[in-house]
Every structure is written in C-alpha cells, then in structure tokens.
Design a protein around this ligand. Structure first.
Ligand code: HEM
Length: 364
C-alpha cells in the first residue's frame, strides 16, 4: 500500500507501542482488539499525535503560524504548550472511541510556567481569536486524515496492531471534520494561509465598556440634558433625593451602555444591579426593559426622533464605508445601520401613543 510506505514512520512507532497489546497476548483467541488497543492505547495515540503536531503541523508554513502562543516565551497565561495540546488532542481522539474522558484532569507541563496545569477546553474556546478559515481547517484535517489513511486495511483483512478498518477510519475522520464550525471563524480569510489577526469587533474599536460609557456619558450630559425639550423628561434625576425606584443619570448611562453592548453582542442586559451610592433611595438599580423604563413619561413620536437623531448624528462621523478596514474609534456603515436600527426599533416600546407628537417638553 503506497500511503503506508509514506507514513511508515508513524505506523512503525505505533506498532512498536502497540506490540504489548497485540491480538496474541492480551485477548482470548478469536476476539479482535479494539481500535484503541490496536493504536497502542493512550501511549500509542499520544505518539501518533505528537508526530503529527511536531513533524507535520508545526512544519507546515501556513499551519505553524497559528501556534504563536506556543513559541512565545513565556507562553501567555491560559494558553497550552505544544505538549499540553498533544495530550488534549489525544484525549479528544480517544474519547471518540469511548476509551477516554475529555477534558479529563488538568494536564501538567512544568515548562509552561504561567499555566503548568492546563485544563483542556471545548473546541470553540480553544480556537477563539485564531481566525481559522475554511480551507486552513481542511488542510489541517487533511494532514491528519492522510496519515490515518495509511493505517487502514481493506475490509475483511485481519485487524492487527497499528491498523484500523475503513469504518473505524470513517468514524475518526467524521469526528474531526464535525468540529469545523467550532474551530473556524465566520468571515476569516478562506485560506489555506497563515494566521491573520482578526479585525477588532465594533465593540473593541469603540473602546469596549469604558469607551462606550464615555461616549454615552457625553451624549447624555452634553447633549440630551442640555436640550431644552429633552432635559425636562429627566425630572426624577434632578429631584433631591431621586424618588425610590428611579435611576440617577449615572445609572441611566451604565444601563444605556449595556444596551449598546448587547446590540454589539458583547454585554448582557440588564446584567447586575448598577451601584450609585449618591442615589440614596435606590443605590443598587436594576436596569429595566424599555417599556417599564419609559412608562408615564408621555414621550411623543417626534420627541423620540429628536433623541435618536442626536445620538445618530454623533455616531455618523465615526462611520467608514463598508469594505474599508475600520480603525480604532471607527465603525462601518453596516455596523452604524445595525446600531441605528436597534435604537429606532425601541420606538414602539418608548413612545406613548396618546402623547402629543412633539418635539415638546414634558408632559408632551
Ligand atoms: C479537527 C480539527 C481540530 C481539532 C480537533 C483541534 C483540537 C485542539 C485541541 C484538543 C487543542 C488543545 C485544547 C485547548 O487548547 O484547550 C487545540 C488547541 C489549538 N489549536 Fe486546534 N484543533 C483543530 C484544528 C485546528 C486548526 C485548523 C488550527 C490552526 C490552523 C488549530 C490551532 C490550534 C492552536 C493554535 C491551539 C492552541 C490555542 C492557544 O494557544 O490557546 N487547530 N486544538
């Protein structure tokens, strides 16, 4: 078999490791050892995986570039060493044939000083941020599948140490390809190609929570609370003390920020209670849904539009055309559209159909 000659190294290594548990000396005659046993159990599989990682993946000019954490010194905290990846990968393969548990106990590698005891992660968490494209994934699996193919013997042939049947191969290959949607990132370069850092998300470009909060704070304090009509709706916020159950301006700003964070798929709303000791009646305020938050405020149609227009106008200068790579502080046109739509979509919950359309001061 040609493929077998090509992968002779791996096969020979595994056959040697598996020799202690060959058909002859561990099983009553007539019963075939399991694929796991034929592959040499944990040690045999680990040798196979080690050979794949070190002699194939880490020697491939594209694939090796994704392992930048593993070649950093020290490896950044939370990331596995190559040896820890190999152990995790081995457990994963062994779990496919129901012979081992994944993730199992933490994997010890004293040389990985920041994470000497690494707990294997699920495939999504392991590959997040690696920006792995479709064809890069296929190339990786192709390397492994190619070498597994070399172990396959024709159906009907006796299964001996170091060999697997076509159907056992199919099960293993399917388990690998089934991880595709967890391992790859939608929108990543299709590949195959080297690692390309992912474009920061809109949330990241806007400075994450702190950056968004600063933006919202400016809008509320410099625009909304300075607009002759709009500021009159915030009568609870200027009362002293603020009536129980109502948020302070700072608490509104935090809730608004979380709402925008939610639209950008980066934060939870309502999240935990928002603390502001200055709001003596409600120092821990839980953000409300939009209908509850605006009930009784008699907000009219055009008053709502005036509010959203202020925000949208200030977002506009951050916009770059779709297809351009947005820099820090910038958003694309379609990201702007999604944000603007999320804001305008709250209209039916916020506007009181019986209020005067406005724009007008409270009470409409
Ligand atoms: C069948 C497909 C794949 C499987 C089953 C798989 C499996 C694994 C496993 C078990 C780990 C260690 C567990 C953990 O980090 O918690 C890992 C980590 C890793 N994998 Fe994969 N992998 C696959 C595809 C790929 C591809 C296509 C690439 C890149 C081209 C890749 C790059 C990496 C890197 C760089 C790490 C370490 C991440 C870090 O530093 O945090 N993997 N993979």
């Amino acid at each position: 078999m040609k493929a077998q000659t090509f992968f002779l190294g791996a096969v020979a290594a595994m056959a040697a490791l598996a020799s202690g548990c060959s058909d002859d000396d561990t099983k009553p005659s007539g019963s075939t050892p399991s694929a796991y046993e034929r592959l040499g159990g944990h040690a045999g599989l680990l040798a196979f995986v080690k050979n794949e990682v070190e002699n194939k993946v880490l020697k491939d000019s594209d694939l090796k570039t994704y392992f930048f954490n593993q070649v950093a010194n020290p490896i950044p905290a939370g990331h596995p060493s190559a040896a820890q990846i190999e152990e995790c990968f081995t457990r994963l393969v062994a779990s496919v044939v129901q012979a081992e548990q994944y993730p199992g106990a933490p994997v010890r590698d004293a040389a990985n000083t920041n994470t000497p005891d690494f707990t294997c992660r699920d495939m999504k968490s392991s590959h997040v941020g690696l920006n792995i494209g479709d064809k890069t994934f296929d190339k990786f699996v192709g390397v492994l599948a190619g070498d597994l193919m070399g172990l396959v013997v024709a159906d009907g042939t006796m299964l001996t140490a170091g060999h697997i049947s076509q159907s056992e191969y199919n099960v293993l290959a399917k388990a690998l390809t089934d991880t595709k949607s967890s391992v790859t990132t939608p929108g990543a370069p299709a590949g195959p190609g080297p690692f390309v850092p992912p474009t920061p998300s809109a949330y990241e470009r806007l400075g994450r929570h702190q950056g968004l909060l600063a933006l919202v704070k400016t809008e509320v304090e410099q625009k909304i609370l300075k607009d002759t009509n709009l500021k009159t709706y915030f009568f609870n916020q200027v009362a002293n003390p603020i009536p129980a159950g109502h948020p302070s301006a700072a608490q509104i700003e935090e809730c608004f920020t979380r709402l925008v964070g939610l639209v950008l798929q980066a934060e939870a709303y309502p999240g935990t209670a928002v603390n502001d000791p200055a709001n003596t009646n409600t120092p821990n305020f839980t953000c409300r849904d939009m209908a509850s938050a605006h009930t009784g405020l008699k907000i009219g149609d055009k008053t709502f539009d005036a509010f959203v227009t202020i925000l949208a106008t200030d977002l506009m200068p951050l916009v770059v055309a779709d297809g351009t790579t947005p820099k820090n502080g910038q958003i694309t046109q379609s990201e702007f559209n999604a944000l603007a739509k999320a804001l305008t979509d709250t209209k039916s919950e916020i506007v009181d159909p019986n209020a005067a359309p406005g724009p007008a001061p409270f009470p409409g």
